[in-house]
Design a protein around this ligand. Structure first.
Ligand code: SF4
Length: 455
C-alpha cells in the first residue's frame, strides 16, 4: 500500500482502493460453517421434536416460535432466565466466551438438566453467521458441549441459509416469510411498549397490554389454515386491535429526555442480560428508542447486495434472489406499518441505507462488518431524529462494543457533543441506578441546549 497515494486523495477513494488491495492479498478465511462443516445435523427431522428458542427478546422469540408453529412444528420459548441460567452457563464455558453465549447455553442446559427433557425429542434454535466476531463459533461450541454431556441426540436448528434451512422441510419458504412478518410484529409491539410505558398513569398497565398483544398476535401467526394473503390480512386486523388497546392506556403528558438505544443485538434486546437497563432509564425519567430486530435482517440483505457487487454478480440468479426477497420484505413491512403512520409519525425508523450512510465516515460498510456499523450509524440516525442521548448496550469484551467505544468520542464531537455512553454487562452486579442517573443528567443538559430537534 502506498502512503503517498492514500494521503494525496482527499475524498478517501485512494484509501479505500489501497485497503481493498491489502485485504485482497490476505488469505481467504475459511467459512465458519459451510454446508459440509456445519455442526447442524442435517439428517434430523425436527418435526417430531419440541424446538426451543432463547429470548431475544421474549416478544420476538414468542413471535418466531409462532411462525414455526404455523408450519406444524412444536416451538416454545425458554423459561425466564435466572441465577441457575448463569450457573450452568458458567459451568460449561471457560470464561473466554461472550456473555450472550453463556446465557443461551445456560438456558438450554437448564432444560436438559433440571427439566430432564428427552434429548431425542428436543431441538434448540441457535442462529449463526460468518461475521467478524466469535458468534459464528457458538453453534460448534453448543454441539460439543451437548455431545460431551451425553446429549448427542439433541438436535440444533440453525437459522441460516448455509444449510438450506435443513430440518424445516419443504415449507421453508412459507416459514421464512411468516418469520419476517413475525419480526415486524415484534418491532411494532416493542415500539408501542416503549413509547407508552414511561407515561402510563397506572403502573403495570402497559406491560399487561403488551403481553396480551403478544398472545393475540402469536395466535394469529401460528395459524396453519391460512394462505400467505389471508395471514397478512389477519395480522393487520390483529395489529389494529393492538393499536386501539395501546391508545386506550391512560398516559401523562411529560417532557422526557429521549434516549436512543443501540448495541449488540442479544444484550440490547434480552432484558435479563442488560439488567433491565431500559426500565432503569424509564424509572429515572427517560424514554427509550430501541433499535429493533428488523434492522439486522435488512442489514444482512444490504450485505448480500454488497457481496454481489464485489463478486460482480449483478443480474445473476443469486442477485435476483436477493432483489426479489428484499422487494417482498419491503412490501410486507409497508403493509404492516401503514396503519401506524399516525402513532409512529414522529418516531420514523431509519432504514438500513441511512444507517450505513451515517456510519460511513467512521466505519464504512466496505471496511467494517456487523453490529459495530449498525450501532455507530444508528446512533447518528437517532441523533438526527432528536435523541437527547445515546446508550450502547454491549456484553463485556464484545468486539463490537470495543470498536464503537473507540469511535463514539469522534461521533459525539461531530454531532453537537451529544452524550453517548457504552454500558457493558457480564452478569456481575453494577450500580446501574447511579450510572443511569449520571447519564440522564448529561442528556437533560444536552436537551436544553441542543441544535438538532428531530427528523
Ligand atoms: S457480537 Fe459481541 S457478544 Fe456477540 S458474539 Fe460477537 S463479540 Fe460476542
Amino acid at each position: 500500500m502506498s502512503t503517498e497515494t492514500t494521503t494525496k486523495d482527499g475524498n478517501g477513494k485512494a484509501t479505500r482502493k489501497a485497503a481493498e488491495t491489502a485485504l485482497a492479498a490476505l488469505p481467504k478465511p475459511a467459512a465458519a460453517h459451510g454446508a459440509e462443516t456445519s455442526p447442524v445435523k442435517t439428517d434430523i427431522d425436527i418435526r417430531d421434536r419440541t424446538l426451543w428458542l432463547c429470548r431475544m427478546p421474549y416478544g420476538g422469540s414468542r413471535m418466531l416460535a409462532a411462525a414455526f408453529c404455523s408450519i406444524g412444528l412444536d416451538a416454545r420459548v425458554t423459561p425466564d432466565e435466572d441465577a441457575r441460567t448463569l450457573e450452568l452457563g458458567g459451568k460449561y464455558t471457560s470464561g473466554d466466551e461472550c456473555y450472550p453465549q453463556r446465557i443461551v447455553l445456560g438456558d438450554y442446559m437448564k432444560l436438559l438438566e433440571d427439566r430432564k427433557l428427552d434429548p431425542a425429542k428436543t431441538a434448540f434454535l441457535l442462529p449463526t453467521a460468518n461475521g467478524p466476531c466469535r458468534f459464528g463459533q457458538y453453534i460448534a461450541l453448543l454441539r460439543r458441549i451437548l455431545d460431551d454431556q451425553g446429549y448427542d441426540d439433541v438436535a440444533i436448528l440453525s437459522f441460516t441459509s448455509a444449510d438450506g434451512y435443513a430440518g424445516i422441510g419443504d415449507q421453508a419458504t412459507a416459514m421464512i416469510r411468516t418469520a419476517w412478518r413475525a419480526v415486524l410484529i415484534q418491532d411494532i409491539l416493542l415500539k408501542l411498549l416503549l413509547m407508552t410505558r414511561p407515561y402510563e398513569v397506572h403502573p403495570g398497565r402497559t406491560d399487561k397490554v403488551y403481553l396480551e398483544s403478544l398472545d393475540l398476535m402469536a395466535g394469529i401467526v401460528a395459524r396453519q389454515d391460512l394462505t400467505s394473503k389471508e395471514r397478512l390480512a389477519a395480522i393487520k386486523t390483529g395489529l389494529r386491535k393492538v393499536k386501539e388497546e395501546f391508545l386506550a392506556i391512560p398516559v401523562r403528558q411529560e417532557d422526557r429526555p429521549l434516549i436512543g438505544v443501540v448495541g449488540e443485538i442479544f444484550c440490547r434486546l434480552n432484558t435479563f442480560s442488560n439488567n433491565e437497563l431500559i426500565r432503569h432509564i424509564e424509572a429515572q425519567g427517560g424514554e427509550c428508542w430501541l433499535a429493533g430486530v428488523g434492522e439486522w435482517v435488512w442489514y444482512t440483505n444490504a450485505e448480500a447486495f454488497r457481496r454481489h457487487r464485489e463478486e460482480r454478480k449483478r443480474f445473476t440468479k443469486p442477485w435476483l434472489t436477493t432483489f426479489v426477497t428484499s422487494r417482498i420484505m419491503r412490501s410486507d413491512e409497508e403493509a404492516l406499518y401503514e396503519d401506524f403512520r399516525d402513532v409512529f409519525g414522529h418516531r420514523p425508523e431509519a432504514h438500513v441505507d441511512e444507517v450505513l450512510e451515517c456510519a460511513g465516515p467512521y466505519l464504512p460498510q466496505w471496511g467494517a462488518m456487523g453490529e459495530m456499523v449498525l450501532s455507530t450509524g444508528g446512533a447518528i440516525a437517532l441523533y438526527r431524529r432528536g435523541a437527547d442521548g445515546i446508550v450502547d448496550i454491549s456484553p463485556f469484551t464484545c468486539m463490537n462494543g470495543i470498536v464503537t467505544e473507540a469511535v463514539y468520542p469522534r461521533v459525539s464531537r461531530d454531532h453537537d457533543h451529544i452524550p453517548i455512553r457504552v454500558f457493558y454487562f457480564d452478569g456481575t452486579q453494577i450500580d446501574l441506578e447511579r450510572d443511569v442517573g449520571i447519564f440522564l443528567e448529561l442528556a437533560k443538559t444536552y436537551k436544553r441546549r441542543k441544535k438538532m430537534t428531530g427528523a
